[in-house]
Structures are given as structure tokens and as C-alpha cells.
Design a protein around this ligand. Sequence first.
Ligand code: GAL
Length: 337
Amino acid sequence: MKNIFGPTPNGETASLYTLSCGQMEAVVTDFGATLVQLFVPDRQGNLADVVLGFDSPAAYAASDTYLGATVGRNANRIKGAAIVVNNTTYALQANDGVNSLHSGPMGFERRLWQVAEQEQDRIRFTLHSPHLDQGFPGNADIQVTYRLTADSLEISYEAVSDQDTVFNMTNHSYFNLAGHDRVEKAMEQVLSMPARFFTVANEQCIPTGELRSVEGTPMDFRAPKALGRDIGADYEPLHLQNGYDHNFEVFCNPCATLSDPESGRSMAVYTDCPGVQVYTANFTRGDGKGGIRYEPRCAVCLETQFYPDAIHNPQWKQPVTKAGKKYQSKTSYRFSW
Ligand code: GAL
């Protein structure tokens, strides 16, 4: 099903597409290839919309929160907003102090994507990104596919460039399994993550290169615990980012499981990415869908990706895809209730 969403800042018309499978329903827009709504039942069969969002393309464009967006070419930060590929330096657009965040101020989240294929349970968006778009080398063609199953939302990425370039795509959904409007409930939700290490970052949220053991720290989610339990702990990495905003290693799947004890909804994240950024919406504030007032810590993002600024940390898995080779990545959010 297709509906008009509204005008984009460029005067184009953005659309909404509804996907369904069994009891699951998702609404996505071609503006930013963004997930706008995701309805999941609770143990009584009542549906709730478990992702944050806005009611118009203009509201998405006016925000720097990346709600539900497809982020690219590079998710997360790049120190000094510059990269070197094949001995050539490429200047990116700094939009977070001197650093690049989610690729710059006019990222893929603010583009109108093409719809290449749509069925009841899936949609495939495509985007052409020219050479030096956001500063990155290579003419690139990018695809993102959303697919619903009876219990999962699968998001798959494919990209090809005619020069070696960075591809590190993610989806930036903010989850609140009690429902996006149950702002005060988010930090009661229980996170379980097998990760043994996280990336230590400075006050600009740029990794120092240190992978630190979670053992004995508030970053340890190997035993499930409420997101809010230790978020106020006296621990420098939490002070520096005003909560959780850290990348954790992914060495097995599911790499993260979020559960809402009250509704019975649970979400397990499966990915082929090496890292997952846990971000507790530390600065999210403003009017969201249906006039709901979002506040800091009203949701959590579980963004699968390469480690932040991996391009400047050669000891980590690198986000560079060779010319003509296909970048492929897939993340599934599997629900139970
Ligand atoms: C996250 C990032 C946060 C913040 C947010 C956008 O991915 O880790 O630091 O920038 O995006 O508001």
C-alpha cells in the first residue's frame, strides 16, 4: 500500500509504503529509506508501534536524530572528517565539530530514494551516489531492502562503486518495545549482549583505539539487565557520552536482545557486522509522531556497523569495498511476544 507522506524540502513528494506479514506491520518512506512505524503484538495480541518517528518529511529533515533512517555511506563518526583511500586524501563534510557524523549534513537520510520493487512484505529502495558525494570516492549504486516475516524485520544492503570506497551502512531506528509513546518505559527494558569488549571513546565520541573488557564495568550486559540500571554509574565512558553511546563487539548472534517485561515483547538482533552501537537517545528531545514529546533516554538504538572510525584504526576490520566488488550486509530484528 502506498500513500502520500508529504513534500520534502526540495519540493519532491515523499511516499509511505506499508508492509505486512502476519501480525507484523511496517511503514517506510522513500525519504531517507526510513522506517517510520513498526507494529508488533504484545503477549495479549495488542499492537504497539515500537519505533520513534515523525509525522512529515519536513520534521525528519529538520532533525539531527536520524530516527529510523538509512545511514550511509558511512555510519557513525570519522575523526577529522577526512579519509585516505589508496594514498589519496578525501575531505568529508564535518558536521559534528571537526568530525563527520553519519557521513555529513546531507546524508542518505535526507535523500528521496527510488523504489525498485515492492510487494506486500518487502520493498527495495535504490540510490545513486555520485563520485565525491559527501566527499567519498567513486560513483556508487546503493540498495536497501526491508522485508517483513511473521516475526522479523530484515534489512539488507548492497552497494557497488567504480572506485575503492567506504561502505558502512546502518539503520538508525530507536526502539521502545513498550511503544514509542511510552517515553518513561524505555530504560526499564532489559538488554542482553554477549559482547566482551567495547570501544572506548573520547569526549567527541571518537574511539581512542582501545577495546576494553566489559568485565566489572557498567558496560557488561552479558547477564541481562535493565538499560537504566547502571546508566547513572560513576564511570567515565558513561559520563563522557551522557549515557550509553558505545560500540560493542559482535562475535555471535543474536548480538543483542532487548526485552520489555511488561508487554512481553522481545527483540533479538542478528547481523553480519562486526559491531553494534548502543545509543540510549541521550540527547533526543522534541515532538515526535502524534505529538508525543520525546525526551532523552526514551528509546534505544542498536545500530549494526563497523567499529566507529575504523578507517583510522587499521587493527580493526576495515569498511573499504574494492571497486566493482559488491558490499553486502544484513541485519534482522526478530521479535517474540
Ligand atoms: C548515534 C550516535 C550518537 C548521536 C546520534 C544522532 O548513532 O552514536 O552520538 O550522534 O547518532 O543523534
